[in-house]
Write a protein that binds this ligand. Structure first.
Ligand code: GAL
Length: 908
């Protein structure tokens, strides 16, 4: 029998799934047209030369140092008086659709600012401007800014993301669109976007990570040309990572009937889920922008999604007839039960099945609007004593945090680049992603739906208090409600999203009741939009008696589970966070809340760099001579070193295993990302990734794989075995395996068998004296041979080998091939210390768009076709050309080495 307590302890959140705002080109009445191609682009060289069409005044930067540790407490913001000339009052009305209390809606002042600025005018000749396609990140081509007085420092990735720029494009509208509503849908523009059409200011959206819609209808010129002009103003010192700059996501022109499904206007939740049946609860908001009261009908049909599109109709939400008055909108509810539902759930034990709902609006029996919503059927339960149950199966979170950049191609969203990241993560055993610290491109959530990842969707790295002088705190008072609501409204139907986060490590953690009150406001807003999912806000300073966690449904620890700065080395440090493990006090204080670790580790390493001596601790901070070398700006890949407030992977595993009620962890981070290169701020990109910026796994990859894929036979040895200067010297060997025991051999001689003890996750032979040759590891599981692997001392580098991730790509001008180049000896063994300069060239219908090597300290621009390998590896990213099929040949050359090449087929 279930006890009273166990009933209380299991809080159930019934789930939602998702609105993929998929291309709706079904009828002439609802067209979603990509307008990514052929924009004109201009960026002012210096911000002080820019026009005066700014959103608002910003505080002066007094301290340009951006090398602060991530857990430096946020500060109280200074108060600024808005200048009269600012455009803010004209932009604020764009937020109205997301402000619930109508009395707080913003009225647009009279006038049309900017109308005299040539760039907004149709007649302006922009032929000398650069022609670009979206998604576009103006900063990624570089160059990197070097040195301690660089304008954009290491924290933001040393790339010129700051500044003011304009985008112009004509849009195609004609007589046939006379009675339509016409919208501009921008999935993301970094940042402070302000939009004009035909010289009229339409509106804008300051926060660079949210998608937004503007109604162009009142400004459309049906007889002549229609000229869009978009101004972005991306501040420096606005982030603790690389934000990118530009219209970096897709842009759409949406033409609908005046009566249509509202923007993000459907909500689907599922309940009463069993193998036999599930209830689909459906809500649609219909907008009537016409001048007539209208009697309409809505009907929604549901189809399973399969590889070829959709299957046959499995259920229909009954037709509803209703009158909608002119200029108003109406919410229509319905529900239907599906028999034998195909549930959505994370692999490998479940399948991420999806459904599509197609909603039609009929007027006089004729379909006037069609709208598609992708969703999934799944039940999520939160059990404070176990974690998260998906369809009644406990799924421990094996998660990673990811920033939005895509490495060498920057912030400009590309589906294949994102998919490749997810594939690599999946191979490691990842089943969950935390979108740090802002909503991602919509297509990324389509991928997590399809591939079956669990997701925390997050908004805000700062509220009122400031981490960097130009971060979100500047606009928080005006925009918090709109930005919180807009995230949920856009993303609420994605089955992959299981939790909403309304903040990361915000300064308000420290301000007790005052901060907790803001947290409650945000959590309430999120729940008002979506009561079906739990909320959270990540804490890196967590005391169980503070007010801040009370309001959140799920407790999210950043580093609090393992404890922070508990080692003796920090005894004399007084101005930083020090915390013992908080699992126990929190579990006691909040027995009915699930606790998860939204950030763990922040371990650091450089792929293939091994520094000596090696600590004999399980986890160590990084200092020169202790895992770090500030001269070469690299961190040892023995994978025992972490930022001061972090922990090695091993230490986190031990903490999780000691607190089995924890729902699991999100490691900081899966991939290295641009910016925040702690501890070496002269670099361009982070050291925290389990995988480097180029997508090459560091040794840590195998440590996580050994734990997260226990059924995959694997054993991994580190370091490499090319140490001509270490003959006779102590050279520890560490082994990661999904087995439980390993025997290590050096040149055929056994160095003994070792078995993992409780809370041990690697096997260490710390007393090995180096001699060249072969190291071999034989792993056992339950006494039986399980896996075998070896590393060998190589010969000198002799050739280049190139391999593509896919041999066929689409000739659509977007698809990418990722080519790994290895420097090997004549036997094909990667020479792990080779850093030769490589030259890349291409023939056929493709372009080399970027190169990389995963070296955080390499300031060669990403567009360079010459790059040094980093410890044996380099990467070339090739993009297909639109509508040109054929063989793409990539040739790689390096002085003294035999050339390599690879052929990729590009097909229509
Ligand atoms: C965390 C923070 C992350 C990142 C990380 C680096 O405190 O939430 O955004 O800065 O530290 O170690």
């Amino acid at each position: 029998m279930m006890t009273k307590y166990s009933m209380v302890f299991i809080a159930t959140f019934i789930f939602t799934s998702c609105t993929k705002q998929a291309a709706i080109i079904k009828t002439d009445n609802n067209q979603r047209i990509s307008i990514n191609s052929n924009w004109k682009f201009y960026k002012y060289e210096n911000t002080f030369e820019a026009d005066s069409l700014f959103y608002d005044v910003r505080p002066e930067i007094k301290n340009t140092d951006d090398t602060k540790e991530a857990d430096t407490p946020a500060k109280k913001a200074e108060k600024l008086e808005a200048s009269k000339k600012a455009l803010k009052p004209y932009i604020l009305p764009t937020a109205n659709a997301f402000i619930k209390d109508k009395s707080k809606h913003h009225a647009r002042p009279k006038g049309n600012p900017g109308k005299n600025v040539p760039f907004v005018q149709t007649s302006f000749d922009d032929s000398t401007w650069e022609t670009i396609n979206l998604p576009h990140d103006w900063a990624i081509k570089g160059p990197f800014q070097e040195g301690s007085d660089a304008e954009v420092g290491g924290g933001m990735g040393r790339l010129p993301s700051n500044g003011v720029a304009w985008y112009r494009r004509k849009i195609d509208v004609n007589e046939a669109d006379k009675d339509k509503s016409i919208y501009l849908d921008i999935d993301g523009a970094m940042s402070y976007a302000i939009v004009w059409l035909n010289g009229h200011l339409v509106g804008g959206w300051p926060y660079g990570y949210n998608s937004f819609r503007l109604d162009l209808t009142p400004y459309i010129n049906l007889e002549g040309e229609n000229q869009l002009a978009i101004r972005l103003d991306n501040p420096n010192h606005s982030a603790r990572w690389y934000p990118g700059g530009g219209i970096y996501r897709n842009v759409w022109l949406t033409k609908t009937n005046k009566i249509h499904v509202a923007h993000w206007g459907t909500t689907i939740t599922t309940s009463n889920i069993s193998k036999e049946s599930a209830k689909i609860n459906f809500k649609v908001i219909v907008e009537n922008n016409s001048e007539l009261d209208s009697d309409i009908e809505t009907i929604t049909k549901i189809y399973p999604v399969n590889n070829d599109g959709i299957g046959t109709n499995v259920a229909t939400i009954e037709k509803v007839s209703t009158k909608i008055s002119a200029g108003t909108s109406k919410t229509i509810n319905g529900s239907v039960t599906i028999e034998n539902p195909l549930l959505w759930g994370p692999p490998p034990t479940q399948t991420p099945n999806l459904y599509k709902a197609i909603t039609s609006i009929l007027l006089n029996g004729v379909t006037i609007d069609e709208y598609e919503t992708i969703f999934g059927i799944r039940d999520i339960k939160l059990d404070p004593n176990q974690g998260i149950l998906v369809n009644d199966e406990l799924v421990k979170i094996q998660g990673v945090n990811e920033h939005h950049d895509l490495g060498a191609i920057g912030a400009a969203f590309n589906i294949r680049a994102a998919e490749r990241k997810l594939e690599i993560l999946k191979n490691m055993g990842v089943n969950a992603i935390r979108m740090a610290h802002n909503p991602p491109a919509p297509e990324l959530l389509e991928l997590t739906d399809k591939m079956g990842f669990l997701v925390i969707d997050e908004v805000f790295d700062s509220w009122e208090r400031t981490k960097t002088p130009h971060d979100f705190h500047l606009i928080f008072p005006d925009w918090y409600e709109a930005d919180a609501r807009s995230m949920v409204r856009r993303d609420k139907n994605h089955p992959s999203i299981i939790i909403w986060s309304y903040g990361n490590e915000v300064g308000e953690q420290f301000t007790n009741e005052e901060g907790a009150a803001i947290g409650k406001t945000l959590s309430d807003i999120v729940k008002d939009e979506d009561p079906s999912r739990p909320t959270t806000s990540a804490m890196n300073w967590a005391k169980s008696d503070m007010a801040f966690p009370v309001v959140m449904d799920v407790i999210s620890f950043n580093y609090q589970g393992e404890g922070i700065r508990q080692d003796p080395i920090f005894d004399t440090v007084t101005d930083r966070i020090k915390t013992k493990s908080q699992y126990e006090p929190y579990h006691k204080k909040f027995p009915n809340k699930v606790i998860l670790s939204s950030e763990t580790a922040s371990a650091a390493s450089s792929r293939g760099v091994y520094l000596f001596p090696v600590t004999n601790l399980m986890s160590s901070p990084i200092r020169d001579g202790m895992g770090g070398d500030s001269k070469i700006k690299q961190v040892s890949a023995y994978e025992l070193y972490a930022v001061d407030f972090g922990s090695s992977a091993d230490k986190v595993f031990a903490s999780l295993d000691r607190h089995p009620y924890s729902a699991g962890e999100f490691v900081w981070t899966g991939f290295d990302y641009l910016g925040e290169p702690t501890p070496y701020y002269d670099s361009r990109s982070s050291y925290n990734g389990i995988i480097d910026l180029a997508g090459f796994p560091k040794d840590r990859f195998y440590l996580y794989q050994s734990r997260w894929r226990p059924d995959l036979p694997m054993v991994h040895i580190l370091p490499h075995w090319n140490w001509p200067n270490r003959v006779g010297k102590l050279t520890p060997v560490h082994v990661f395996t999904s087995g439980d025991e390993v025997e290590l051999f050096l040149n055929g001689t056994s160095l003994g068998k070792k078995k993992k003890r409780a809370y041990e996750y690697r096997l260490r032979w710390d007393d090995i004296i180096y001699q060249p040759g072969e190291l071999k590891a034989v792993a056992y599981k339950n006494g039986k041979e399980w896996a075998e692997n070896s590393v060998k001392t190589t010969q000198d580098a002799s050739k280049l080998i190139a391999n593509a991730d896919r041999s066929n790509i689409h000739a659509d001008g977007k698809d990418l091939a990722y080519i790994t180049v290895q420097i090997t000896d004549e036997n094909g063994l990667v020479v792990p210390t080779s850093n030769n300069l490589i030259e890349f060239s291409i023939q056929g219908p493709g372009d080399i768009i970027a190169t990389d090597n995963g070296d955080a300290s390499d300031l060669t621009t990403f567009i360079s076709k010459k790059r040094k390998a980093f410890n044996g590896f380099a990467l070339v990213i090739v993009r297909s050309k639109p509508n040109l099929s054929g063989d793409i040949k990539v040739i790689v050359k390096s002085k003294g080495l035999k050339d390599g090449q690879v052929i990729i087929k590009s097909n229509d």
